[in-house]
Write a new protein. Sequence first.
Length: 213
Amino acid sequence: MHIPDGLLDPKTFGTAWALGGIAVGYAVTKTNKELQERQIPFMGVMAAFIFAAQMINIPIAGGTSGHLLGGMLAAVLLGPWSAAIIITTVLALQAFIFLDGGITVLGANILNMAVIGVLSGYGVYLLFRNLWPNRTGVLVGTFVGSWVSVVMAAIACSLELSFSGMGALSIVLPAMLTWHVIIGLLEAVITTVVVAYLTQVRPDLVHQAAGSR
């Protein structure tokens, strides 16, 4: 899902930079208020794990690629705003060090995966967690939210490519969704297995959302 340089026009990647920058700035503010000292090393470990997972790319038509996002795993364990910062950091390192994803379009990649993917998936997660305020709600919400996070990020990517004239949305969107619906299921399974294990051995590591128990 990393968009390389040259696929988005200036108005599209400029808008994405603005929106992504505002969202990440807010995430930093929220995290500074909510982050506990013991969570800082955990954020580093999570970032390293997601960095490694995202390096495994599946080529997709149109110069883009698909891979696990990891945003929902970070959100379930550390909260959505910390997750947004983690994914942003991972994407920046990949772009500047490994040239995985373009520099000019980094704002779009951040917007898609660190903001839209994380927040949409976490919203679904909270819905199920509040409906079933127990371990079942956590796991069902994790599964569905993980899938939604990948699909929504893919939709956002498709819209940006279409707005930039890279192809009609009727062509780009099905091409992206065909793969990412499947990738989303894989991500959902992996994320849910990890969360299921942690809720058994270290339930304290699961982020306690406001209004949820």
